[in-house]
Design a binder for this molecule. Structure first.
Ligand code: FAD
Length: 365
């Protein structure tokens, strides 16, 4: 039998770092787990996207610069930056430590304004039934929406095409000719790895911009903090970390530079059955193409609210949706707050969202 809707104050959609940081502040604001707030995560296990990243991936900041509010990420015991598995372990323990009411797997399929109903609640439809919430925080990240740009001839290419989201390591590329597409950190890091076993060609839309060797996530955080302060003080937007360059010179990328493979060509014009071709007629034979072309915000569950702007994002003031004040977005990218899509930065945006939500709940209770 169909269950009646469950009423809660807040539903958090997601279960990665952004959802957990939000849960931390909801708990601290005194909301009761389960009756006051629930966290619905489609994932099978804790860790959000970190569960799916390639095993050799390491953070670009040390543990103490990769922490969520309340509890520092423990040191790894090894030298260097923590691996993705360490983040999964940290997030697993974080949600246990704060006893966060995470339901898993629970996928939210739609968030709606009830039509003609005498309620001011949003209806949250999920694989475990319907919730009626006075506020919703969407924290679904981007991992579920890998982006591949369209190029002519894509379907004619006879080799392997893979998005970086499906990359698990270099082994399957041994001895092949591989084109790596994308000038960000993922492109540079996969190039560094794959080029140890394969013949690689790196293509990027713009020439890649490398950060100085001594700049890691700590410096990037300092820049994001400076931007935040400037914005708070009403000063001009510095543009944050994008102004500095893209590629962090992690050890594997430095080593690739030393081997002389860190050279990018401009974007090709089309794919052919056997490779890629540029406008000037140059052709590069290829057995595989790896698209390191990023992700888009995973917002399909919010479609019924009709809030999407032309760029695929939902316009916000801070984290609050401009078109639906009961909805907040946490994580995703800098557009929901400086550093919101990083471990160390998301806490501040989560706190701002929860402050606004508790004010909203207080004004109506
Ligand atoms: P996610 O971790 O993606 O979590 C979203 C969760 O929502 C998932 O569990 C998913 O199952 C769930 N979900 C999705 N849709 C629904 C739905 N409809 N209903 C219910 N649940 C749903 N940041 C750093 O701070 N340091 C780094 O070194 C760093 N390295 C990165 C390297 C790579 C390759 C990438 C891609 C990102 C990196 N980031 C880094 C950025 C960022 O920290 C991560 O992307 C992080 O996973 C974002 O967390 P999140 O909680 O916003 O989203």
């Amino acid at each position: 039998a169909r269950q009646p809707p469950r009423e809660v104050d807040v539903v958090v959609v997601g279960g990665g770092q952004a959802a957990l940081a939000t849960g931390y502040y909801l708990r601290r604001a005194g909301l009761e787990p389960e009756s006051g707030y629930v966290i619905l995560d489609a994932g099978e296990a804790p860790g959000g996207a970190w569960r799916h990243m390639w095993p050799s991936l390491t953070l670009f900041s040390p543990a103490e610069f990769s922490s969520l509010p309340g509890w520092r990420m423990p040191m790894t015991g090894q030298s260097g930056m923590p691996p993705a598995a360490h983040v999964v372990d940290y997030l697993t323990r974080y949600e246990q430590r704060y006893d966060l009411p995470v339901h898993r797997p629970a996928r939210v399929t739609a968030v709606r304004r009830p039509v003609g109903a005498s309620t001011d609640r949003l209806a949250v439809e999920s694989s475990e039934g319907v919730y009626e919430a006075r506020a919703v925080v969407s924290a679904t990240g981007t991992w579920g929406r890998p982006f591949v740009p369209h190029y002519p001839g894509m379907s004619s290419f006879r080799g392997l095409q893979l998005h970086s989201a499906d990359y698990v390591g270099p082994d399957r590329f041994a001895g092949l000719r591989v084109v790596i597409v994308g000038g960000g950190n993922t492109g540079a890091q996969l190039l560094a790895e794959v080029s140890t076993v394969a013949e690689t060609t790196w293509v990027t839309q713009r020439p890649p911009v490398f950060l100085p060797d001594d700049v890691d996530g700590r410096a990037l955080f300092a820049v994001a903090t400076a931007r935040r302060k400037a914005l708070d003080a009403g000063l001009a937007d510095s543009g944050g970390v994008r102004g500095l360059g893209d590629v962090v010179m992690v050890p594997s990328v430095r080593e690739a530079r030393d081997r002389g493979v860190l050279h990018a060509s401009p974007m090709f014009e089309r794919l052919t059955p056997k490779g890629v071709a540029w406008a000037d007629g140059t052709h590069q034979p290829a057995d595989a193409i790896v698209w390191c072309t990023g992700f888009r915000p995973d917002l399909g569950h919010l479609a019924p609210l009709g809030l999407r702007g032309p760029d695929g994002r939902i316009p916000t003031a801070g984290t609050r949706s401009l078109g639906e004040p009961r909805l907040h977005l946490v994580g995703y990218g800098d557009w929901t707050g400086p550093g919101s899509a990083t471990l160390i930065g998301v806490g501040r945006t989560a706190r701002e969202a929860v402050d606004e939500i508790t004010a909203l709940l207080g004004s109506r209770s």
